[in-house]
Ligand binder design. Structure first.
Ligand code: GLV
Ligand code: MG
Length: 368
């Protein structure tokens, strides 16, 4: 909220007739946000069958869509949104879009066309290359005007991609710029370019970013000898900062793209780092990344078994207990409650996961 604004006005609609802003952003499972190019007929044809198999389908209009195809992508998305059963508007799979950047020749028409055509289906608009709160304020007012014109009864939410150095520096004010803010994603490719990082990849690590074991002594032989090295996570600082900004504002952080589609192992590692640090989901650029994301962003059966035992053993939540030689107290209980709540929310939409969590023996829970 801008310092010059009264708290009382923050939740007023920004246009006459626009739906009232939400005071809380409800959690909706969004482990994988699967990107598709609506101008690609082959990809578009697969969308109806994907409904119900992935938490979010995102019609991408920005980077990766050729300039000549921008119009076809926008129109294709309207068609898909209108015709696809179960997509968006409370259906089993959310419908998101990534519009073109606000300084491009396409962003304005992206918003006017999409809200008029499929505003009632669209759950979230992802805005790329967000620099500061002013970008969110622009989209906020425009969406309110378009929602009023289209007669929508619920607000479309906004998700910002963190992919500029200025956006990174302004991350807290971006998260708090509008009640529409649903979350943030890391955009490692654009962010690397904007920061002038010396990488050429879309997300993931780099073998040159490492620490090396000390030499056994200062001799030339010891310095030249083979020493263990450990690759470090290039994105640790950025993701951790993004998670704090989102948690502070009650919105949701996501990892972004992992471009090496063939390296499913490193992809899983990157996703898991983000999950452990607090992210709720990630982008999927290929169907095989959906399964990885669903696995990684769902708490494991072992963690839920343990979390339930701690919850059962901690009674009123105060004091401390020992479980398997480890001290558990109010703070570890709170972590366990985060996990159990997430498991319940995911089980409600994923029968396979529900069966796995339901199969955890009840005796485990009480045997503290
Ligand atoms: C995503 O948009 C990125 O730039 O990584
Ligand atoms: Mg980008």
């Amino acid at each position: 909220m801008p310092a010059s604004q009264s708290a009382k006005d923050f939740f007023r609609p920004l246009a006459v007739g626009a739906p009232a802003p939400l005071t809380e952003i409800p959690f909706r499972p969004s482990r994988a946000i699967h990107f598709f190019d609506p101008s690609n007929a082959k990809m578009a044809a697969k969308i109806p069958a994907m409904v119900g198999t992935v938490d979010v389908l995102l019609g991408n209009l920005e980077d990766a869509v050729k300039a000549d195809n921008k119009l076809a992508a926008r129109e294709g998305l309207v068609r898909i949104g209108q015709e696809t059963e179960g997509l968006g508007a409370g259906g089993p799979t959310q419908l998101w879009t990534r519009i073109n950047s606000l300084d491009s020749p396409w962003a304005l028409d992206d918003l006017t066309t999409l809200v008029a055509g499929i505003g009632d289906k669209l759950d979230v608009v992802m805005v790329p290359k967000v620099q500061g709160a002013e970008d969110i304020h622009y989209v906020d007012r425009l969406l309110a005007q378009l929602e009023a014109k289209a007669g929508l009864d619920r607000p479309i939410l906004v998700h910002a991609i963190l992919e500029t150095a200025r956006g990174m520096a302004n991350v807290e004010e971006i998260c708090g710029a509008s009640p529409r803010m649903q979350g943030l994603s890391l955009g490692p490719a654009d962010l690397a370019a904007d920061r002038r990082m010396k990488t050429t990849r879309v997300g993931g690590g780099h073998p040159g970013y490492l620490v090396r074991q000390d030499p056994t002594d200062g001799s030339p032989e010891a310095i030249a000898a083979a020493r263990t090295t450990y690759q470090q996570d290039l994105w640790h600082y950025t993701i951790a900062r993004m998670v704090d900004a989102c948690a502070m504002h009650g919105i949701y952080p996501y990892y972004g793209p992992f471009g090496d589609i063939a390296d499913t192992v490193a992809c899983e590692d990157q996703f898991r780092n983000a999950f452990l640090l607090g992210c709720v989901g990630t982008w999927s650029l290929h169907p095989k990344q959906i399964a990885i994301a669903n696995r990684v962003f769902s708490p494991s059966v072992e963690d839920i078994a343990h979390a339930r035992r701690v919850v059962a053993a901690m009674g009123d939540g105060t004091g401390a207990v020992m479980i398997d030689g480890k001290m558990e107290d109010d703070a570890s209980l709170k972590q366990c409650l985060v996990m159990v709540a997430l498991a319940d929310q995911l089980a409600a939409i994923d029968p396979e996961l529900k069966a796995q969590y339901d199969a955890i023996p009840a005796a485990e829970e009480a045997s503290a």
